[in-house]
Design a binder for this molecule. Structure first.
Ligand code: NOJ
Length: 479
């Protein structure tokens, strides 16, 4: 082992509160499989990956093996599990007037009951990228030019979830990573994609979040006493040097990826970071901003990697520019030195100090003034070429152990040294789930899923490392 174990350093003993949520995260399409079983309707992913070997038809088979997943969570010392509901599993056609699928409802009811019996708190993501296909066809899903139908359909789906599961689920996330979702739409999830769609999708995500949070607070919170938030993702971008161009570029990148969403939701304001595209960037009305302001009860952040902003501007029309409309050039190296250990295909590198900066940024800019905690709902690492390694090295996953050790230490330092309030941490991911990355397949799980052996789950060593870290930093217990 080449790293100093956090769970052996007395400075970190019991530094987190006993209520600290610690566990794992997953998403329906990436683990459930059974895409045409149990009455589930199609989602845009079934269509998008129909002819691809990387599709979710079986994924980790968690639709059938969810009890095994709960066993793993218990074994791994988790007290929290974030999973998502597949909209088209409980409402196959998705719309407000469309039918409810009771088999789908039963699946999630059983899962929630099983988690609670095991002493694991569920956090439910209502939407993790998987639009019911029929809604995509009806009005282009989240790329709808007029958000009216989308808001009504989503609210009706959310109402069904609150009514059905809200007696037991006390933490909700409306939408997963709107920033990445806008990019996925531009990569082919939306047919006939045009540039204005990029901003429309992001804008519609924010609006939907606002309406759903209002619905929960007005009609359910009083009796169910839960909390609602939105899972934003934030990569850290560090200026490569002190030049004004690099500093400005790093700030702009951050404002685009996080402030675009966080400003309306936590501050009731809008970003100017997209003024370059003001002709196609939709603005919120005063009334919408009022609804959005303060519409999350905690600051939920997903984080993976860090890069440098060089200060150079990409040529219009270059690949990255098309995906993200972002002309800020980013790099993984400085003076020829790599920023951290490479992840699979460069996604992500290990840069624990970037994670600490993310936590401090979210705290200083948004959460602190509102006195709400930050909850990390995703953080993880894909080891380079893991899929071609021998099973012994996969299980031994030393690089992932080092990643989690050092990233969790960065979290503890943000709490201890920077005064950031962090109420929870979830590693991505519980299982080696389906990852769609345009041809290359990173693995993020702390559990190897042996597909040839009936989807048998085989723990990797980073799961026990995380367990000992949590025991120590939360309860002061050594192995
Ligand atoms: C974030 C997304 O929420 C998740 O779906 C994905 O698998 C991970 N990033 C890793 O790529």
């Amino acid at each position: 082992m080449t790293f100093a174990k956090l769970s052996e350093n007395p400075e970190y003993s019991s530094i987190l509160p006993a209520t600290f949520l610690h566990g794992y995260a997953s998403a329906a399409y990436q683990i459930e499989g059974a895409t045409s079983q149990g009455g589930r309707g199609a989602s845009i992913w079934d269509e998008f990956l129909r002819d691809s070997p990387e599709n979710g038809d079986t994924a980790c088979n968690s639709y059938h093996l969810w009890r095994n997943d709960i066993e793993l969570l218990k074994q791994y010392g988790a007290n929290s599990y974030r999973f998502s509901i597949s909209w088209s599993r409980i409402k196959p056609l998705g719309g407000r007037k469309d039918e409810v699928n009771h088999e789908g409802i039963k699946y999630y009811n059983d899962l929630i009951d099983g988690l609670l019996e095991a002493g694991i708190e569920p956090t439910v993501t209502l939407f993790h990228y998987d639009v019911p296909l029929s809604l995509q066809r009806r009005y282009r899903g989240f790329a709808a030019a007029d958000s009216g139908e989308l808001v009504e359909d989503f609210c009706s789906f959310a109402r069904l979830c609150f009514e059905t599961f809200g007696d037991r689920v006390k933490r909700w996330l409306t939408i997963n990573e709107p920033w990445i979702f806008t990019i996925l739409y531009s990569l082919g999830l939306a047919e006939d994609w045009t540039q204005p769609d990029f901003f429309r999708v992001g804008h519609n995500c924010i609006l939907v979040h606002g309406h759903v949070a209002r619905l929960y607070r007005e009609e359910f919170k009083m009796t169910q006493d839960g909390q609602i938030g939105i899972a934003l993702n934030m990569e850290w971008v560090e200026p490569v040097d002190e030049s004004p161009a690099a500093v400005q570029a790093a700030n702009l990148a951050t404002e685009r990826c996080i402030d675009w969403f966080a400003k309306p939701i936590f501050l009731g304001t809008q970003t100017n970071a997209w003024d370059r595209h003001s002709d196609i960037f939709p603005r919120f009305s005063e009334e919408e901003l009022q609804m959005l302001n303060g519409s999350a009860d905690f600051f939920s952040v997903n984080h993976y990697g860090t890069s440098y902003a060089t200060g150079r501007i990409l040529e219009p029309g270059s690949k990255l520019d098309i995906w993200t409309m972002d002309e800020v050039e980013k790099s993984w190296t400085k003076d020829g030195i790599l920023i951290g250990r490479r992840g699979h295909n460069g996604h992500p590198h290990t840069v624990p100090w970037g994670f600490r900066k993310v936590l401090v940024y979210c705290w200083d800019h948004f959460a602190k003034a509102l006195d709400i905690p930050i909850i990390v709902y995703e953080n993880g690492y894909a080891m380079e070429n893991e899929s071609s390694m021998a099973i012994e090295s996969i299980i031994d996953d030393t690089a992932r152990q080092e990643y989690y050790n050092n990233y969790f230490q960065a979290l503890c330092d943000a709490v201890k040294m920077d005064g950031v309030q962090v109420a929870g941490y979830h590693a991505w991911s519980l299982l080696d789930n389906l990852e769609w990355h345009n041809g290359y397949q990173p693995r993020f799980g702390v559990t190897f899923v042996d597909r040839e052996a009936g989807y048998k789950r085989i723990p990797k060593k980073s799961a026990s490392l995380l367990n000992s870290i949590w025991r120590y930093t939360v309860h002061g217990k050594r192995e």
